[in-house]
Write a protein that binds this ligand. Sequence first.
Ligand code: N01
Length: 505
Amino acid sequence: MAVATSITRSPKVCIMGAGMSGLLMGIRLKEAGIDSFTILEKAASLGGTWRENTYPGLSCDVPSHYYSYSFDLNPQWSRTFSGGAEILEYFKGVAEKYNLSPHIKFNKKVKNAKFLNEQWHLETEDGETDVADILVSACGILHTPKIPDIAGIDSFNGALFHTSQWDHNVELKGQRIGVIGTGSSGIQTIAPLSNVASQLYQFQRTAQWIMPLPNPGYSRIHQQILQRLPLLNRLYHHGFRIGFELLSGGAIKKAGWQRKLVNRACLYNLNSVKDPALREKLRPNYQALCKRLVMSNEYYPAIQKENVALVTDPIDCITAEGVRLKTGELIELDVIVLATGFYPGVDKQLPHMEGVNGMTIEEAWSNGVDSYRSLALPRFPNFFMLLGPYCPIGNFSVISVAETQTDYIMKFIAEYMKGSFKAMSPKVEITNQLNDQLKAAARTTVWTSGCQSWYLDRNGDPISWPWSGRQFRQHLKELRLEEFDFAPATSTETEEPSKRSAVGL
Ligand code: N01
């Protein structure tokens, strides 16, 4: 994106995280001729979600031609829905192509971020300090594994690990394996595990609607055609985007043809289960799409195999030998896989942060997590969150979401460079108004139709964009500086919370 003329200064930008959105932010800055940025990555390599998750069966259920940067489409995708390793390679390739390595500092987890005198003062866990004019969180949404609070979990004698911390040293062939959880991760891993386990048990607390997902591979000829015809490749990208957004955006409304279509497809898929008793166990008692939709063509065939059992009796505890059910039955296991999900939300990933006058992020979100237009926060000047609260999540391409957000942030940076301001944050009253509208609309979506899911905050409100992808792009199309306040030129370190203005800074 081009940056405005009459540039007066270049900002120092710090990006937290070298996953999909952090790399994207770095590329946007480079495109604008800004080299004064650093990406602080907590781990030893890049890739975020696709670095952390390596479980058998991992793939992305958003079509690969859509789950790609729009400015660096990949004609070489091997399948419609590619596997995790291929996606990680794509991100590594893009990082190399845009020469991001000199900007990334690995093993630098930001511990503290404090806004003082119009700048962000950062401290990493290893004690290094840095200063930034603009701070961007690219820490992702689903990152912190949720280890379930099951009694005796530490007493198991075999191997036990979370899907996002897969222990590849553990032999699976011929083992008795238990998988706890039936979200996307738990469902995806069942088919490959069923091919190696002597006995596989899946522990289901809540049944899932599962949409059929054919996943044809692309032939060499197909890849070469897309390589030679970039316009066709672009058409593919937009075709998938339009189709996917039309389905996902429309299906979250409580009525509409998309909902009917998804319901019918899920029901059709469920009816492929031959044993009526198993079919009933697998039948959810809530509407499809209330939870994040799971998609798979392989799950129902796998769960019907002779060496696979679906366990629906509640878990009582984990013992040295395996999983004991509330019925008293002990299921003896060699390996337990926790497919129990993540603590969702950017708030779980952020460091300790202090904005204007010592306002902490915990205080800012004491009544629930929110944001200004999905990416900024009152009293936290020059701070942006990629994939922040109320951005479209779930069955959308988060790459497309992050592109919309980085375009917006670049407009803010362009104004900064022109010297329009030194530090600004969104106004409290505007943020509240926008969030009231979002919350009201989110309460009318299928997410509130009677299920528990990671979309909901502690108040039971969905923290996700309740409208279409097009409306989201429209929402962030223009930078509205009139919706921002200037940060004070100097800030005191602390201030009594009661003295904080309810309006502005
Ligand atoms: O996690 P989840 P996930 N005892 O939270 C169960 C993305 N993703 O890692 O439903 C027993 O969905 C819990 O039960 P319940 C995608 O956005 C994308 O699978 O709460 N069970 C549930 O069944 C997805 O939505 C891809 O009753 C317990 C499961 O664990 C998100 O990541 C691939 C339990 C958790 O399901 C998270 O998916 C994979 C307990 N104590 C993931 N605690 C793509 O393809 C929890 N559960 C893009």
